[in-house]
Design a protein around this ligand. Structure first.
Ligand code: HEM
Length: 216
């Protein structure tokens, strides 16, 4: 039987392709959008990570979610530095969540507060993605908009406290494989992971509508 980490990856594969090839992501990574679109996307991520990370330390002793709460993953301080760079010192004043982002953040917060196993699904979907494809996004963003390598603007994608991402991801998958959940609860985590991908795709769709490519 496949390990739980393999099950999660396999179950979300199709939706991963969908997210990766969404119009907004393709346009953004294809260098067809300006830095304002990148800033707007970064702003949306702020709401998601605020929901994931504020109060997350309260889950540190939880038998299911506790092993996943690792401060070296926390992205909120990095996002805030990126936003200060992208939007200026008073970036907080104009922060606004798209409805799709608010729905995503609400669901993450709900899991964080009420369902630790659901929190694991959201944790996996974001952080393992950031450690993987996030590195491709960083590279493209540095080139497209001239950010310093791993510097302001792309700190979100730079895990300064993780020296060896491949080893970290291996250990992370071991944590998933050892998650304290029975088969039924594992199925629920898989379902929540798919929901997390859908929530991401909906944010991309909304961003795509806000930043359409005008026909040449
Ligand atoms: C253009 C955007 C994206 C690119 C280029 C990309 C690329 C990749 C690549 C190459 C991997 C495999 C890395 C490895 O096996 O070590 C990966 C894994 C992953 N990505 Fe993405 N990705 C993108 C968007 C996303 C999004 C939007 C999400 C969800 C929010 C996501 C979530 C994940 C997850 C959870 C994994 C880990 C899969 C696993 O091994 O269990 N990715 N991504």
């Amino acid at each position: 039987m496949d390990s739980f980490s393999t099950l999660l990856r396999t179950a979300s594969h199709e939706q991963h392709v969908e997210a990766e090839t969404s119009t907004f992501m393709s346009d953004l990574l294809g260098g067809r959008l300006g830095v304002a679109a990148y800033a707007r996307y970064t702003e949306q991520l702020w709401f998601v990570y605020e929901a994931l990370e504020s109060g997350a330390e309260r889950l540190a002793d939880d038998p299911v979610a506790g092993p996943f709460v690792r401060p070296e993953l926390f992205r909120l301080p990095s996002l805030e530095r990126d936003l200060a760079h992208l939007r200026g010192a008073d970036w907080r004043a104009e922060l606004s969540a798209l409805p799709a982002t608010a729905a995503y953040a609400d669901r993450v917060r709900e899991c964080r507060e009420q369902w630790p196993a659901g929190y694991v699904a959201h944790h996996y979907t974001r952080y393992l993605g950031d450690l993987s494809g996030g590195q491709i996004i960083r590279d493209r963003a540095e080139r497209a908009w001239g950010f310093a390598r791993e510097g302001d603007g792309v700190r979100f994608y730079t895990f300064e406290q993780i020296g060896n991402p491949a080893a970290f991801k291996r250990e992370y998958r071991e944590l998933l494989d050892a998650v304290r959940a029975d088969e039924l609860e594992k199925q629920r985590i898989v379902t929540e992971c798919k929901r997390a991908f859908t929530l991401n795709t909906e944010v991309f769709r909304a961003l795509g509508e806000e930043f359409p490519l005008t026909a040449a």
